[in-house]
Design a protein around this ligand. Structure first.
Ligand SMILES: *Cc1c(COP(=O)(O)O)cnc(C)c1O
Length: 224
């Protein structure tokens, strides 16, 4: 167990517990998603051996190959889609993922609703909010959030479990975490997916229920 990833994992858990306690929160109320994009099934297996079960990916094809054998040996393994999702991959995504954090537009909502009907099962859904008005990032504009949630829930019968955000990189993240938390309260949505390697402690203090951590566990991602 002296693998670097295993060491990183223990250190991360300790930091999550510390941040939760500071915020008077129960550490178990925070789910750590180990974002393994660009890392191998062997790296994932190290965390599985540590007892970790929840992983994140940002590509459908990469996720479908990486976890096929691991799922057979670990039926309780869970994979969350944290990256942008094309509507034409909705059916594969519904088959493959236990949660999708990037629901952000009507076309995708419709495609997921259709896919759920065909597959008979729906992943847990998070609506991504784009506070920075950054075109290259997905996410629903904050002023469109109320209407989009209403469309998902009432029109397409999609239960929305949480909200997700990736704060604009040029700014300190905490105000955006606080804004997302306020949106969740306003719309009575229970879960908050916010915080990554650089800022998960702040996110936990501001109410994150799901943190998405990659580099702090696996190291720097290969640039390819
Ligand atoms: C890659 C990624 C992460 C993890 O980022 P790190 O900085 O490596 O922790 C979290 N969320 C999303 C949406 C990502 O694409």
């Amino acid at each position: 167990m002296d693998n670097l990833i295993a060491q990183n994992y223990r250190a991360l858990l300790a930091r999550v517990v510390r941040a939760a306690r500071l915020a008077s929160r129960v550490p178990d109320a925070i789910s750590t998603i180990a974002v393994a994009k660009k890392f191998s099934a062997d790296d994932v297996a190290v965390l599985l051996a540590c007892g970790h079960r929840v992983f994140g990916e940002n590509r459908v094809i990469e996720a479908s190959t990486k976890y096929s054998t691991l799922r057979a040996t670990h039926p309780d393994l869970r994979v969350h889609m944290v990256g942008a999702l094309q509507s034409n991959k909705a059916l594969s995504a519904v088959r493959l993922f236990d949660a999708i954090h990037s629901l952000d537009r009507p076309r995708l909502a419709l495609a997921l609703a259709d896919a759920a009907q065909r597959h008979g099962k729906l992943p847990q859904l998070f609506v991504q909010v784009n506070f920075g008005d950054e075109a290259q990032k997905g996410g629903c504009a904050p002023e469109a959030l109320a209407g989009f949630l209403d469309l998902c829930i009432r029109e397409y019968d999609l239960p929305i479990a949480g909200l997700m955000c990736l704060p604009p990189r040029a700014h300190p993240p905490s105000p955006y975490f606080a804004l997302l938390a306020r949106c969740a309260v306003e719309h009575a949505i229970p879960f908050l997916s916010m915080g990554m390697s650089a800022d998960f402690e702040q996110a936990i203090m501001l109410g994150a229920t799901h943190i998405r951590v990659g580099t702090a566990l696996f190291g720097n991602r290969p640039s390819l």
